[in-house]
Design a protein. Structure first.
Length: 210
């Protein structure tokens, strides 16, 4: 498969739809990451959810706790599902790399596994962009699959994908280099509830904008 033939993130997640939510609903580490973030948020904080998917669990948990959420996802199918499932949040179909964001407009940002189909340069730039979009002292909750991979063709829940990531130490360095102080680092292994899924290492970071 040539680079021009690689499926886009939008097409992959359009096809997965609610199957993605079902597969990852049992991630205790994801819920623990959200609970840790909530401990650091003032009432009625404004949160940017990058790669918001179906809106669950991230936007749902945050809005249930009284926070204002803007979810951004490249998949129109996911945006439609999320808008119906989490009506108290606002969702936009857009590429975060192309979305104008005001400086210091948000109190926190969540980026759960939504960098993996970007180049390493783009991942670094998105993290820097989020640093500018957060107020000083704002918080970043970010998760990735911490493997040293660059442009590797694979399969995710039965769909062909091309994945790029960093090893755990390198990813932590990239986040810190984008202007964040690392507050918490938690690793786990999770097997999505899907016949085509395999165990995945997960890395969850909570960081504060310096």
């Amino acid at each position: 498969m040539t680079p021009d033939q690689q499926p886009t993130a939008a097409s992959v997640f359009d096809a997965l739809g609610v199957d993605y939510e079902r597969a990852f609903a049992g991630s205790a580490a994801h819920h623990a990451s959200l609970e840790l973030l909530l401990e650091h948020l003032a009432p009625r904080s404004r949160v940017l959810d990058v790669g918001s998917g179906t809106g669950r669990p991230t936007a749902q948990v945050l809005t249930d706790a009284g926070h204002e959420v803007l979810g951004v996802d490249v998949s129109p199918v996911m945006v439609d599902i999320a808008s119906r499932q989490v009506p108290r949040a606002v969702f936009r179909c857009a590429d975060i790399r192309e979305l104008p964001l005001d400086e210091a407009a948000f109190d926190a940002a969540c980026v759960y596994f939504s960098l993996l189909q970007m180049s390493r340069a783009d991942q670094s730039e998105v993290l820097r962009l989020l640093g500018r979009a957060l107020r000083p002292g704002g918080h970043l909750a970010v998760a990735t699959v911490p493997l040293d991979l660059e442009g590797v063709n694979g399969e995710f829940m039965g769909r062909p994908v091309q994945v790029t990531s960093f090893g755990p130490a390198e990813f932590t360095e990239v986040v810190a280099g984008a202007g964040f102080a690392i507050l918490s680092e938690r690793s786990s292994v999770f097997t999505p509830a899907h016949p085509a899924a395999a165990p995945e290492p997960h890395l969850f970071l909570l960081a504060r904008r310096i």
